[in-house]
Design a protein around this ligand. Structure first.
Ligand code: GSH
Length: 244
């Protein structure tokens, strides 16, 4: 078995929210790792063989063994580098609640957000924006409960935890949506607690240098939109299979 700090590699894409959450988790734990930038439009052999089922980033390769799915990876990182600070709460009930909200983010908020970016029509975009806003309102309520209970700055308490990672890794895309489509999905008017939380999240040391500038997300979103448009115009090529 590999030593704990041996040979840790992350296959990612700079703007990928899922890769970002893994990289921040490793930073929280103080694990040094090699970061390998993938081109998801032209996947490397290493990615294809490391994640043969989904063929997606991120993949964590620890001591030569690959692990896929960002939330699974974050839990693995938390268990392998178990010394504080921990990412998931210690209490089983609190852990279950954290997993619930992380799943909610990936199953409800992220598809809405991606839908806004990939929408073929303005009607579709508005519907996806509403979907995302509804998810944001739920998350605002969840965070209000955390704040009412202990007045802590993060879902994880005094420091960034599992739910913070799950949500915070999307902030650059939320800002890209505001710039590209004028839709504010986290803002001081509608979600004041989350807006303040987002400002704190990007200031966290472990997130610095990992959360990309929204300009990068804008550029990536434009690339995806161009592919969606090309796919709509062509029956021959299937360009829409890339997800982010
Ligand atoms: N559920 C996966 C999602 C990963 C994902 O969608 N990654 C995107 C980049 S943001 C990707 O690799 N897309 C390539 C593709 O769809 O073929 C996770 O949490 O790791």
């Amino acid at each position: 078995m590999a030593g704990k700090d041996d040979d840790v590699k992350v296959l990612g894409v700079v703007v990928s929210p899922f890769a970002i959450r893994v990289r921040i988790a490793l930073n929280i734990k103080g694990v040094s790792y090699e970061y390998v930038e993938e081109d998801i439009f032209n996947k490397s052999e290493l990615l294809l063989t490391s994640n043969p089922v989904h063929k997606k980033v991120p993949v964590l390769i620890h001591g030569g063994k690959p692990i896929s799915e960002s939330l699974v990876i974050v839990q693995y990182v938390d268990e392998v580098w178990a010394a504080a600070p921990s990412v998931l709460p210690a209490d089983p009930y609190d852990r279950a609640v954290a997993r619930f909200w992380a799943a909610y983010i990936d199953n409800n908020m992220v598809p809405g957000m991606v839908g806004v970016l990939r929408a073929a029509t303005e009607e579709e975009r508005a519907a996806k924006a509403d979907e995302t806003l509804a998810a944001m309102a739920q998350l605002e309520k969840a965070f209000a409960e955390v704040a009412a209970k202990n007045g802590k700055p993060f879902f994880g308490g005094d420091s960034v935890g599992y739910v913070d990672l799950a949500l915070g890794c999307n902030l650059h895309f939320l800002e890209a949506i505001r710039r590209l489509h004028g839709v504010a999905l986290v803002d001081a008017g509608k979600t004041p607690l989350l807006a303040a939380w987002a400002e704190r999240f990007v200031q966290v040391e472990a997130a610095k240098g990992v959360v990309p500038d929204a300009d990068d997300a804008v550029e990536f979103a434009r690339k995806i939109q161009a592919r969606v448009a090309a796919a709509a115009a062509s029956t021959a090529a299937n360009y829409t299979d890339i997800q982010c």
